[in-house]
Design a protein around this ligand. Sequence first.
Ligand SMILES: Nc1ncnc2c1ncn2[C@@H]1O[C@H](COP(=O)(O)OP(=O)(O)OP(=O)(O)O)[C@@H](O)[C@H]1O
Ligand SMILES: [Mg+2]
Length: 375
Amino acid sequence: MSASPLSPEYIKIRHAHRQFITPEGGIINALDDISLSIAQSEFITLLGPSGCGKTTLLKIVAGFEELDSGDILLDGQSIIQQPAHKRPVNTVFQSYALFPHMTVGDNVGYGLDIAKVNKIERNQRVAEALNMVGLSGIEQRLPSQLSGGQQQRVALARAIINRPKLLLLDEPLSALDKNLRLQMQLELKNLQSELGICFIFVTHDQEEALTMSDRIVVLNGGKIEQVGSPDEIYHTPKTEFVAKFIGESNILSGIVINKSETEIEVDCNGLTLHSFDTKPELGEEVKLLLRPEHLSLTPNDHEGARAQLTMKLNQTVFIGTDYQLHGELQNGQSFSALTRKTNTPLVNGSELTLYYQVNALHTIPSKKKSTKGHI
Ligand SMILES: Nc1ncnc2c1ncn2[C@@H]1O[C@H](COP(=O)(O)OP(=O)(O)OP(=O)(O)O)[C@@H](O)[C@H]1O
Ligand SMILES: [Mg+2]
């Protein structure tokens, strides 16, 4: 039975495993039991450090690489036996690899020429595809007569012309300069909603992932660390790896020493912090995540003095709109905060009082429970 167009399970990756034997004789688990369901018109991003398996997963979906075990279903049908050219999937790579001796029109129309689509329809669809990527009327130019951003758009036009159900994009913007990259991020997002098809986008740039995605899949060492909306991934990371990988973070280790219905108190090596995140048990070891932007040099009206920390300031960095303050807490831990222009003097070596929002303090459970601290 076929999935409905809005089914969140349009694409199902089931227990995907892929190992590589390296020339040195080592074994790499490039994909280690990946299971993931994706909706038909979703913009989903694979995010993770170099070597975590992003490209391997895309290649397997595209059909350029095989699974050791597991399955991939598209609209209810397994596609792993289908050769790459039969899958309704196209890929855009980092190096857009246009044919240099062919005009833009011939590059974009290449797939239709191979499929022997008649000239009139072919030319019309080339014009449509170029129009979708904002490049009307440049069919006669050669790739060398275009900027990097324009070439990337031609590669996109070439990838969408045969109307794939799924577009795979492997770091397609990484060769572009920052401004062009930001512009292309918005254009890609618009293109995806216009086409209404699924984009699986790969990046190792966290900001890019947060800006563009409906959901983000954070990968680490061939495994999924977390799948969620950009908001969930940023504000409620499930693991320390995700908390550190996405955005700036202060992570404090501690033990829950007090717990009420609405609040916990955590001892972090002599410092007591409060959180409204009451999932951890009394006596449990936890990691606390406190983002630098959730700290302030002025007290919070509701929480006042109890939600504060003292930091010895070591360094102030001006980053345009804000100041990054780097220093050390009383328990010796490195710490940072972000603040707008302030009347508080920022003198290295001075002690600053930092106020935090209790509701912004998120806990990440540790694997093991502590034996001490029960009260
Ligand atoms: N053909 C291969 N033979 C051996 N090892 C491979 C092969 N292809 C990939 N690997 C290894 O598998 C792991 C995953 O590689 P992959 O290319 O999927 O990483 P990635 O997340 O795309 O990294 P990057 O961000 O650097 O592009 C890496 O450790 C890589 O060295
Ligand atoms: Mg890669």
